[in-house]
Design a protein around this ligand. Structure first.
Ligand SMILES: Nc1ncnc2c1ncn2[C@@H]1O[C@H](COP(=O)(O)OP(=O)(O)OP(=O)(O)O)[C@@H](O)[C@H]1O
Ligand SMILES: [Mg+2]
Length: 482
């Protein structure tokens, strides 16, 4: 166990951590904070949900010279939502010291950002495209930046952001500290390290598995055409508090969200073709619990930290093990437990073993549930709710009606009809889902990272040409405005 007090952190920052309820440092924090405070270049890899944000955020905040009103640190993140989330966490860590943190991302009014920049923030968290925009307009100057952090570095490489990042780093003084963090560090990340870092230390938190042990992992073998029914039955049985469903493409995400709504679930999709306002509002509703199911593409959910996500459904099996790790890592965060279900069609079974080999963890087989089991699950959920209501013991206004009912009918009949009324019976409303082409039979183990994002373009760099996407869909990949 490592206490933050033993890591050389200033009292002001320790005070903020206390306020945030952080009692002890996680392993990646314990290992990287002291080195980072000494300005070393680092590559930090640790499992999802283990506090990498604070691992780079705490020393960054600590090193900020408060009186100097210029940008001293920048953090680059692959998506707008992640930039916002990271800036919020940093703001909290820096609240004791009153450090100025600003998120800068595409889809938000640039003039508003320029006004905020004039106030002299110490730290900027941004997406590559919009950061570059401001640099070119000279509304962001990086001459005094001492620390650069790439969060989800491997993802930014996948998305084709490398040239944007290179242009940004060219404006930062050479004698900076550069940090790279992600739960996955596939081979090509070495390229970034060689290009942008000075003799980086690699810190990998030693873990037997690449995924956290507190996530139970299952696979369900199912034919493509039965996937949706199986998923809704599982949702009925498992009754997640909050669930994330992953689909392979943006079209898939839209169709799944619509289909789930048709069957009576409150679901909304999130992906790169939606307006920024819509993306933000969907996430807000999901966090507040007014949506139970968030349907997402891989990219949309990278790094997101939403408490209360108890279940992850891989409706389409991910194309590579890294995506799997990040997808299921939306649950089981900060020591909580979670459950992940991966649907696999017979043709795609080889992907399952590739995932298992990489994560060094076997998924347990789960049988597709029957309709009866789904009904049972729903009933159980209602029974639980009734028990909770009994325990809350706030029933005086209902007693008289209850006693009248019981004088005319036997108790079991009364309770059974209440159960029937409250139970959401499994719903077979027909839905329309365009069949996804199965993933190609797997031969090559090391696909080029650029080939991964078929149809998933998300704030992507203009120089990025998703070769396979254009070919397969016959259309030009769209691009979200910066
Ligand atoms: N030392 C700590 N004690 C308690 N909670 C912590 C601590 N450090 C971080 N957390 C909380 O744990 C959660 C996960 O942290 P974070 O989002 O930084 O994980 P991550 O390692 O970046 O995951 P991912 O790989 O998915 O991006 C957050 O809610 C964060 O506030
Ligand atoms: Mg993170």
């Amino acid at each position: 166990m490592t206490l933050f007090e033993d890591l050389g952190i200033s009292p002001a920052t320790l005070k903020s951590l206390k306020k945030m309820g952080f009692e002890e440092a996680t392993p990646i924090q314990a290992e990287t904070i002291p080195m980072s405070l000494q300005n070393k270049d680092l590559i930090g890899q640790a499992q999802t949900g283990t506090g990498k944000t604070a691992a780079f955020g705490i020393p960054l905040i600590d090193k900020i010279e408060k009186e100097k009103n210029h940008i001293q640190g920048i953090i680059i993140a692959p998506t707008r939502e992640l930039a916002v989330q990271v800036s919020e966490e940093l703001y909290k860590i820096g609240s004791g010291k009153r450090v100025g943190v600003l998120a800068i991302y595409g889809g938000q009014d640039i003039n508003r950002q320029i006004r905020a920049l004039k106030k002299g923030p110490h730290i900027i968290v941004g997406t590559p495209g919009r950061l570059l925009d401001h640099i070119n307009r000279k509304t962001i100057r990086l001459d005094n930046v001492q620390t650069v952090i790439l969060d989800e570095a491997d993802e930014m490489l996948n998305m084709g952001f490398i040239e944007d990042i290179e242009s940004i780093l060219a404006k930062v003084p050479e004698e900076r500290q550069t940090l790279l963090f992600s739960a996955t560090m596939p081979g090509p990340i070495q390229k970034i390290a060689e290009r942008f870092m000075k003799d980086p230390q690699v810190i990998r938190v030693k873990a037997r598995e690449m995924t956290v042990p507190s996530i139970e992992q299952f696979y369900v073998e199912v034919q493509e055409k039965n996937k949706f029914d199986v998923m809704t039955r599982l949702l009925d049985i498992q009754s997640p508090e909050l669930a994330i469903v992953f689909g392979r493409t943006k079209r898939r995400v839209d169709e799944l969200a619509e289909a789930l709504n048709l069957r009576g679930y409150t679901a909304e999709g999130i992906h790169g073709d939606l307006s920024q306002a819509k993306r933000m509002s969907v996430l807000r509703k999901f966090k507040e619990g007014s949506i139970d199911v968030l349907v997402a593409t891989d990219v949309a959910a990278r790094g997101l930290d939403i408490s209360g996500v108890t279940h992850v459904y891989n409706f389409d099996i991910p194309q590579d093990p890294e995506s799997y790790v990040h997808r299921i890592g939306r649950t089981g965060r900060a020591g909580k437990t979670g459950m992940a279900m991966t649907f696999v069609t017979p043709r795609e079974k080889s992907y399952l073993s590739v995932v298992e080999r990489t994560t060094k963890r076997k998924m347990e087989r789960m049988k597709a549930p029957t309709l009866d089991q789904a009904l049972e699950g729903q009933q159980r959920a209602v029974v639980d709710k009734i028990v909770q209501t009994i325990e809350s013991n706030n029933l005086q206004y209902y007693r008289q009606a209850a006693e009248e009912l019981l004088s005319d009918h036997d108790p079991a009949t009364v309770v059974a009809s209440v159960l029937k009324m409250l139970t959401k019976e499994p719903d077979n409303t027909p839905v329309r889902l365009t069949e996804e082409k199965p993933l190609p039979m797997r031969r090559d183990r090391d696909k080029k990272p650029q080939d991964r994002r078929r149809g998933q373009d998300y704030n992507r760099n203009k120089n990025y040409k998703p070769r396979t996407a254009a070919k397969r869909t016959g259309g030009k990949p769209s691009r979200t405005p910066r």
